[in-house]
Design a protein around this ligand. Structure first.
Ligand code: C5P
Length: 220
């Protein structure tokens, strides 16, 4: 049984357009897009919403209240989840190819925990007071995306320990990895970028019609 958990309770502060998950791209909100990505895969879908949007009608999904951080929102989602496997996906990533979900599920089966991740194409360098510092070996760097998948019991344990030890993290795979447990890195996708700043939003607006036309043809 697969539970899909969607943190969508962020305020979208860096974008400045209001609750981000409720912004529309080509007629569909980011949240609607995230939910639709899992059709036919999820046995249940649970969404963490901002307190003032809990009445939002959701097709095929239940809502819980989000928390003050992404981590707190995921904790609320986990409490409500019943599946033996949980897939966590940020509402802020509206373009999720089906193949990525399949790779992450495969990774969970093999390792117990898995995340989509992407290699870097730019040269990476540490900044030193505005100047070029040390070059980071690009070949070993991965940018971590969502979806991330876990055996539910394992992620519950990782979140329990994080609370006990006052650890905060920007994603869930990081909480599992710090317990010394394996997290499979599965190939992500450039189109899975996170809408965070104004430039991402501009890209998302321009790309949405292209993505929607693709999906009509071959389901991405
Ligand atoms: O802020 P950021 O873009 O990193 O948020 C990643 C995801 O976590 C977004 O989908 C956002 O809605 C969600 N989030 C949440 N609860 C919070 C903060 C962020 O569900 N308190």
């Amino acid at each position: 049984v697969i539970s899909v958990l969607i943190p969508a309770a962020g305020s979208g502060e860096r974008l400045g357009l209001g609750a981000k998950a409720l912004l529309e791209l080509n007629g569909l909100t980011l949240l609607e897009r995230a939910i639709q990505s899992f059709s036919g895969i999820a046995d249940e879908i649970i969404v963490a919403l901002p307190e003032n949007h809990l009445e939002l009608p959701l097709q095929n999904a239940r809502a819980v209240a989000g928390g003050s951080s992404r981590q707190a929102s995921v904790q609320n989602l986990l409490k409500a989840a019943t599946g033996d496997i949980v897939l966590i996906h940020d509402a802020a990533r509206p373009f999720l190819p089906r193949a990525v979900i399949e790779r992450v599920l495969e990774g969970v089966t093999q390792s117990g925990a898995a995340t989509a991740a992407l290699s870097a194409s730019d040269t990476l360098v540490l900044e030193n007071n505005g100047l070029w510092g040390m070059v980071v070996d690009r070949s070993s760097i991965r940018a971590v995306q969502t979806p991330q998948g876990f055996k539910r019991e394992l992620l519950l344990e990782a979140h329990r320990k994080a609370i006990l030890e006052s650890v905060t993290a920007t994603d869930d795979a990081g909480l599992v990895a710090r317990l010394g447990l394996p997290v499979a890195l599965c190939l992500g996708d450039e189109r899975l970028f996170k809408v965070t700043r104004a430039g991402d939003w501009a890209l998302a607006l321009a790309f949405a019609p292209v993505w929607d036309a693709d999906t009509l043809n071959d389901n991405a």
